[in-house]
Design a binder for this molecule. Structure first.
Ligand SMILES: Cc1cc2nc3c(=O)[nH]c(=O)nc-3n(C[C@H](O)[C@H](O)[C@H](O)COP(=O)(O)O)c2cc1C
Length: 226
């Protein structure tokens, strides 16, 4: 099973990218976790450019999403939001629908990124992605200066990451790999998507004590933790 991991940070020493690389290394044999590298190749989103054949980088991004059974995001917070590069990438797939009903998990390398997490949940929800709360973690890497091997060697961190890779089970639960062109844009534009989501848990989901993730309130959520 393929899962795409997308870091919202372009920094060479990004803690969020490190977290995703560690997850890729810890993934079980039947889970191929690919860290996406093309975020900064994407042109600025412009709906006028979204009518003809897509830019090569956009086509590649859409293909990688379409071929993945699930997606893990890990993003820093910039000025109480998600980085523009990540929002830009998401804008490119609103209309093409690759995230429609796709299971998605949020990782975070900082416990202070609550605004960014909430904003990302809001965007993914209106795009009709399927949040998987039990696969979300916050692994506090800020200031620790660890590479992926250092993350893996910390037992608590690697245990939490392995646990979050339960996104696999959520993928197996539903049929979620089908891109539905244009439909998620219509849903987003009409505002119906949010109202149609089934509610899930509220507040904070605690995993292994210090690792927890932001779980949206019922109105923003589309899957209940089992
Ligand atoms: C332009 C800018 C704005 C930032 N704004 C916030 C913020 O609003 N809240 C926050 O907690 N951290 C903020 N930070 C800190 C980053 O989110 C933090 O350093 C992050 O963990 C870096 O992630 P990375 O190591 O994956 O690049 C900001 C950093 C930059 C460069």
């Amino acid at each position: 099973m393929r899962v795409l991991a997308i870091s919202g940070s372009l920094r060479a020493a990004s803690t969020n990218t490190t977290l995703l690389k560690a997850a890729a290394a810890l993934a079980p044999e039947d889970l191929s976790l690919n860290v996406f590298r093309g975020l900064d190749d994407l042109p600025h989103f412009n709906p006028d450019l979204d009518n003809g054949p897509p830019h090569a980088a956009v086509a590649e991004f859409r293909l990688q999403l379409a071929e993945s059974a699930g997606v893990i995001f890990s993003t820093p917070e910039y000025a109480h939001g998600i980085p523009g590069t990540l929002k830009n990438a998401l804008d490119w797939v609103v209309a093409s629908g690759e995230l429609y009903e796709k299971p998605v998990a949020l990782f975070s390398a900082s416990p202070r990124a609550g605004y960014a997490q909430a904003s990302l949940v809001e965007t993914l929800t209106v795009m009709a992605a399927r949040m998987v709360p039990e696969a979300c973690i916050v692994a506090p890497l800020l200031g620790k200066n660890l590479d992926e091997h250092g993350v893996i060697s910390e037992a608590n961190l690697s245990r939490a990451i392995r646990s979050a890779l339960r996104i696999r089970r959520a993928v197996n639960r539903g049929s979620c790999n089908e891109a539905r062109p244009r439909s998620s844009r219509r849903r987003a534009e009409s505002g119906r998507a949010k109202r149609e989501h089934r509610p899930c848990g509220q507040g904070v989901n605690r995993l292994h004590n210090s690792f927890h993730c932001y779980i949206p309130p019922p109105s923003m959520c589309c899957d209940a933790p089992s």
